[in-house]
Design a protein around this ligand. Structure first.
Ligand code: GLN
Length: 313
């Protein structure tokens, strides 16, 4: 890979921001009232190198909630606290080809969520964290997220209330999981924890810091702190690669070729192992719940900087 200086990287990101700011396809998520209030024009791109180099363009001050981008982080915490075997007795490692909030796979012969990146799997992870440490799981999760960000983090209270009040699908998933014996009876506490992780307030740079920490084998590039053991980071990246983009994970792997995770707030983070973390925020979503501009920027950047894990071809 040619070594790129910060000025070149900044110019490239600025050019992409310019190229895609006129892209107005998609819709801001409306199924949670609080998400619908996001500014549809907000648009930011951030890059953090494993050497700690930071590049930001666009609306760097925009704040939004972590949503499904919390799923790999909660999964990593569960691996750390319970071990790989205990976690994967309850949750699989297969992509679904279904939407993020699908329940169909729970009705199959083996009643086990396919993977931790979809809601059924993430709610199961939340249950494992809650059951391992009732009353302390939220604090542990917040500490884990703070270690990636290198700063304190808080929940956006209106979003948290909004998620809990309107999350009927997630409630249904949790009850089905309990019905099939995958999770225990403490459904309210589990949904509270899952909603909390979705409601944590972040900016685009924070997403890039998460991605850069994963790119750096678990070492946060600015604080130098080892957030998570490299073996667990490997597990997280494997599942982000195959399952992080839900029912478009295959196309994403084909066109971008990087582990990634999106959230319905409009963020996408992508990991270039050994090199950098990338993040885009723009709230208009496609039909699969991915940021339209985020997809466009990361596809273009992956091609331009030759980022695919499998080389340039
Ligand atoms: N809070 C959202 C939900 O569970 C998170 C989904 C997402 O970002 N895809 O519905």
């Amino acid at each position: 890979h040619p070594r790129m200086n910060t000025d070149d990287a900044t110019a490239d990101l600025q050019a992409l921001h310019q190229r895609y700011r006129g892209l107005r396809e998609g819709r801001v998520a409306g199924y949670i009232p609080e998400l619908a209030k996001a500014d549809p024009e907000a648009f930011a791109i951030a890059m953090v190198g494993v050497d700690g180099r930071v590049v930001q363009v666009g609306d760097s001050e925009a704040r939004f909630t972590l949503q499904s981008m919390s799923k790999p982080l909660a999964y990593g915490l569960a691996l750390q606290q319970l071990g790989r075997e205990a976690v994967h007795r309850k949750v699989g490692v297969e992509p679904t080809g279904e939407a993020f909030n699908s329940i169909v796979e729970l009705e199959e012969e083996v009643h086990r969520p396919y993977n931790p990146m979809i809601n059924s799997g993430a709610i199961t992870i939340a249950a494992l964290l809650h059951e391992a440490a009732p009353g302390q799981a939220a604090t542990r999760l917040m500490h884990m997220v703070q270690a990636y960000l290198g700063r304190p983090v808080t929940a956006d209270e209106p979003t948290l209330r909004s998620e809990l009040a309107t999350g009927h699908r997630n409630r249904a998933i949790a009850h089905l999981l309990h019905h099939y014996g995958v999770i225990g009876p403490d459904i309210q506490a589990v949904l509270q924890l899952y909603s909390l992780q979705c409601s944590l307030q972040v900016g685009t740079l924070d997403l890039a810091l998460v991605a850069a920490t994963l790119a750096h084998r678990g070492v946060q590039p600015l604080t130098g702190r080892q957030v998570l053991a490299p073996a667990l980071v490997r597990d997280m990246l494997s599942l982000m690669f195959t399952c992080g983009m839900y029912d478009t994970a295959g196309e994403w792997a084909y066109t971008v070729g990087l582990p990634a995770k999106s959230g319905v707030s409009g963020g996408i983070l992508a990991v270039v192992p050994g090199r950098m973390g990338l993040a885009v925020y723009s709230p208009r979503l496609d039909a699969h719940g991915h940021s339209v501009r985020g997809m466009a920027v990361l596809k273009a950047l992956a091609a331009q900087w030759r980022l695919s894990l499998f080389g340039t071809g």
